[in-house]
Design a protein around this ligand. Sequence first.
Ligand SMILES: Nc1ncnc2c1ncn2[C@@H]1O[C@H](COP(=O)(O)OP(=O)(O)OP(=O)(O)O)[C@@H](O)[C@H]1O
Ligand SMILES: [Mg+2]
Length: 419
Amino acid sequence: MSLFPSDDPIIENHAVLEPDNNSYTPSNLPEREDELAEINRILRPLQTGGSPHNALVYGPTGQGKTVAVELKMQELRTWADNKGEDVTIVIARCKGCDSSYHVLTLLVKRLREIKEGRGVERPQGYPRKALIEMVFNEIDRLGGIVVLVLDEIDGIGEDDYALYELSRPDISNAKIGVIGITNDAQFRNNLDADVQSSLGQREIFFHPYDANQLQDILARRAGRGLVDTSFNGAERTFENLESNVLDDATIPLTAARASNETGDARQAIRLLRDACEIAEEREELVREGHVKEAHRKIEKEAHRELIESETTQRKLALAGVIKHEITGNPNPGTTDIYQTYCAFSKEIDGRQVSQRTVRAKLNDLAHQNILTQSRRGRGQGRGMSNFYSLSIDPELAIEALGDDQRLEGVAEILWDLGK
Ligand SMILES: Nc1ncnc2c1ncn2[C@@H]1O[C@H](COP(=O)(O)OP(=O)(O)OP(=O)(O)O)[C@@H](O)[C@H]1O
Ligand SMILES: [Mg+2]
């Protein structure tokens, strides 16, 4: 096999087909004009020397929240430079911050780095009150207008102390505006009422994209990232896209698959990229078949990750369902599964939990869409019972179980049974 699959590549710019914002940032978002206009409204007071409004940006994953706010912040920076206004923008990605304490230490670091350059350590061992004072001191020192963007802020859960304090700043020399971004609807509902009314002064919701919007988003990526692919006409819409490497059905199918699930643009872009890579390897045009193959691959990975992250007890309950499935009983009840669970638990010398607990584990797995649960009568007036079936490919499930060292033996038994 040669190092590169083809002398005649399909992808001419890989970065454009990457689904994360670090590789490529689109310069316009026609599908988000309303939301961008709302962000403008938050910033409008700056024009007359006022403070920006606080805001909460929310909506499901992959809807362009991060990229929309970042684009607006770029525009704000340019505006401030041109007008000679004293505006500082801090974009803090709070992923991994699971408390207000962590958000505050991150903010102190980021604010200090503005004056001192990269590499400032996060403060350690201070109480939260001291940290919020450090944040306000740094902002005071900067002066002018400071916009704080707290992206993926939901990790703090109900510990919203930082948001409470930041939305009531005690600063004399600067004005501040806070924009929180989250994809967790529950997070927003659980915020303290005071925080909801101050941070949520303005709420900007990003509705999931529909299939047509995803087609246009994909068409623009394809126009920049693929060879022999460009727009016929000024409007860069899917209708105007012309390509010698994409089959006509490719983008509609990619968009349809992604919109069926969650309308997630990140997922749609990733699916198109994977389909293009598969086609490129085989020196073929990108067709529906490649999209389907790529989709299966992505689904498989997602299922695998899901199973891998389960607890041993849940994996054993799952092994019980798999055993019934591959030995010709695709819809076992709780009692049958419990017996198999006990046998597997002995196999690994594990702790054995009660049937009730196993039923709870099975319901958790159904919640994760690894199992499908149904409820029906056991016949002859014996009441209702729960039955479970696998919602994913049994081979894939066994493979994922076998990745857990403790369950290698159980996976082997299942492989043998399935032969
Ligand atoms: N309207 C759009 N036009 C072009 N690309 C878009 C558009 N919306 C989203 N994208 C792209 O989709 C990907 C995901 O967008 P983004 O990271 O902004 O989503 P998000 O809403 O912040 O998701 P999360 O909640 O998971 O953080 C990025 O690559 C982004 O460039
Ligand atoms: Mg984001």
